[in-house]
Design a protein around this ligand. Sequence first.
Ligand SMILES: [Zn+2]
Length: 413
Amino acid sequence: MLLHNLRRSPASGSVSFLVGNGFFCRKSQRVVNRCSFRISNSSLPSIEQLSDARVIYSVAPSMGHNQESHPESHFRVPSIVNALEEMKLTPKFRGSEIIELQHFEPASVDDIASVHARAYVFGLEKVMDQAMEEGLILIEGSGPTYATSTTFQESIVAAGAGLALVDSVVAASKIKRDPPTGFALIRPPGHHAVPQGPMGFCVFGNVAIAARYAQRVHALKRVFIIDFDVHHGNGTNDAFYDDPDIFFLSFHQDGSYPGTGKFDEVGTGDGEGTTLNLPLPGGSGDTAIRTVFDEVVVPCAQRFKPDIILVSAGYDGHVLDPLANLQFTTGTYYMLASSIKQLAKDLCGGRCVFFLEGGYNLKSLSYSVADSFRALIGDQSLASEFDNPNILYEEPTAKIKQAIQRIKHIHSL
Ligand SMILES: [Zn+2]
């Protein structure tokens, strides 16, 4: 792993920093040592709380992991949390319907190493001292991925925030048939991070780590991952490419970063057929996604028979997002959240956890996550208050149909 010094920042050379939900760490090594003993279920909500809730979420904003003017900024999670507050979608306003998981442990090195090479995990930890001295560092060969002195610690907190939701949702599913859906409001995102290293703004593969954790800790053998970020989740794809027990399904904009995720990338060896990549033409929007969900996602999941569904929830397919050219609306995200929750209820005891991935227009990101929360709670969508149909243009219907027919043929759907 080669590092470039981008700029010196005396302010970021500070020894102490706030990590996640109140973890105060001085030395990364201390975190690693403590985290090696991560204990499942250490701070779950009570049975009563879990049985009343419809959504359970965790927050790991990684405030120290930030580069000025970078789209994957530390404003992202706070903007979502503020929107949830403003729209009265927090425990303060909704009582027992919504739980914020307040206390969770960072992921352990073993958790991270279930997906990533140990050399990468320890290598990243090691360069934190350099980042502390030099300010921001760029991790070469990783797509434009940066690191600051807090990146390692905040990334294990973010991954841990997802694992704690898996614990909570699984515990709730043992006491009721319709457990709350988990939503990890975390960053840095994860789905581009490959087993050997970081990539494309992503440090650790949060959803992939959670998939392995669900298998190992909760004996949930079959994991179905839906990735609706506008970009291909190449890291998750690679982590499970030969694994028949983890189905990775991604639909994304054809030709967008990182250029992988072609129709014929279907898995290999025992895992052949348990990876589905559907590149969609630029301009695809709400109508395309409704068809994709009904004709591709649902039959795939039904055939696979998962024990849990995990979601790489990227909001950069929104028509207002600056990094891509799809035409998802707030209403599209409501539909996706609502449909995925129903799918989990039908197929795997309602066990489902969403993980925040991309989404770089703070307004469309936060409104869309808020409407996803409404879907998961069972409230009406308020998308019409945000979406402006006048900015949408006609979807490339013929190309979309062709893409859907092609993927259905390849996967015998
Ligand atoms: Zn993305």
